[in-house]
Every structure is written in C-alpha cells, then in structure tokens.
Design a protein around this ligand. Structure first.
Ligand code: SF4
Ligand code: SF4
Length: 219
C-alpha cells in the first residue's frame, strides 16, 4: 500500500506541475479553483469507467480491503467545468462542487480577454495547418468535349488516380439537347484532379481521355 501511495503522489506532482510550471486555467492558478471529482469509496464498485474515460489522467485505480477502487490522484488535472466521469459513473460515486463556482471564477478573474487571445491563437494555428495541407495538395482542372458519357467508368478512373494518391472531384457532365445533338453539338465534362502526385496522374488521365476519342478543350 505504501508503494502505491508513493507512485500516486509522484504521478500527481508530475501531472500538476507540467515539468515545474504551475498549471493555470486561462491565466488563473489552477489550484485556486476547487473544481475536481471526489469519489465516494463506499459507492465505488471499481468498474474503471472513470479511469478509462478521463482524458486528463485524473484517476488512478487502487485497492482498498482487497477491492478495486478509483481515486482522483491528480485532482487539479481535471478540466474545469467538466463532469463527464460523474455522469457516466454507474453508482453515482463521483461528485463535484456546484457549477456556479466556475461562473464565479470566470467573473472574478475576467478571463474572457485571455480566452479571446487563446481563441485567436488557435485559429491562427488551424489556418497555418490548413495552408500547409493546401500547399502539398495540387489541383488540375479539365474541360472535355465529345461523347463524354465514356468517362463515366468509376473503376477505370480509380485505377488511374488512386496509385498516385489523387482523387477526382467536381465531376460534372452536360449533354446537348436532342436538337443540338442532331446538329453535332458535343457533350461537355468538367472535372478536377486533386492530390499529391498530380503530374503523373494528370498525364495518364489525359492519355485515357484522348484514347476515348474525346477532346481536352481546357486544362
Ligand atoms: S466510474 Fe464510479 S464506480 Fe466506476 S470506478 Fe469510477 S468511481 Fe468507481
Ligand atoms: S470531470 Fe472530466 S476531466 Fe475531470 S476527472 Fe472527470 S472526466 Fe476527467
């Protein structure tokens, strides 16, 4: 039992200090906010749902009188305002303070300007990530004329593009009216090829289109 306690304490210190740095909640010292789960040991049946569900690593499982029990070993790692573990505990063994204390902390520390800055930083991060993704995904559009129904063979298209980690999007076909067709008007297909190795896929697709006696009007 002594050994378990030492391991739990070390885990707690490691998680809560984040390598020596004090943990904060939107600028507020986390340990000044009394939001964490309390497990009623007598009600806990050791199902481990809380342990496996909490993404913050708050819980450890231990033994009391030979029975498995949950313990909130790192209480301040709990996400302020979250109460998921209490909601899923089958025996209602987990309790939290009244949520009004969270609202009180928000008001007292006027955290919203910090939250806005954090939201801006997150948007910027998402934008940079999206830009990075866009840079490695290229596009090539095609406009094709002729008996464009010949292009509608999905298996054939798959064979062309998938080996090059490409895909075909925005594929549309317009067919002429009967009167226009009688006068020799062609159908028109538009498609966009997207992917990483677009040059190779584009060359192969162009060959296939020409082999079907279709005309690439625009590329
Ligand atoms: S979910 Fe409830 S019953 Fe299950 S281990 Fe956690 S505290 Fe115990
Ligand atoms: S409330 Fe959420 S973050 Fe806190 S211990 Fe439960 S599951 Fe983990």
């Amino acid at each position: 039992m002594t050994r378990i306690c030492i391991v739990l304490t070390l885990t707690k210190i490691r998680k809560e200090t984040h390598h020596g740095k004090k943990s904060t909640w939107h600028g507020v010292d986390r340990e000044s906010i009394p939001w964490f789960p309390v497990v009623n040991e007598a009600q806990c049946i050791g199902c481990e749902l809380c342990f496996i569900t909490c993404g913050k690593g708050v819980y450890e499982m231990g033994e009391v009188d030979g029975r498995r029990k949950a313990k909130a070993a790192s209480p301040f790692a709990c996400m302020v305002g979250c109460s998921t573990c209490a909601n899923i505990c089958p025996t209602h063994a987990i309790s939290f303070p009244d949520p009004s204390i969270v609202l009180g902390v928000e008001r007292e520390h006027k955290i919203f300007s910090i939250v806005h800055k954090e939201a801006d930083a997150r948007r910027e991060k998402q934008r940079s990530k999206a830009l990075e993704t866009c840079e490695c995904i290229k596009r090539q559009s095609f406009e094709i004329a002729g008996e464009v129904g010949r292009l509608c063979n999905i298996e054939e298209l798959k064979e062309i593009v998938l080996p090059f980690e490409c895909d075909i999007v925005e594929f549309s076909i317009s067919i002429p009216s009967i009167a226009q067709h009688k006068k020799g008007a062609p159908g028109v297909a538009k498609m966009t090829l997207i992917g990483k190795n677009i040059e190779e896929a584009s060359a192969l697709l162009s060959d296939k289109i020409v082999a079907k006696e279709l005309v690439i009007v625009k590329k």
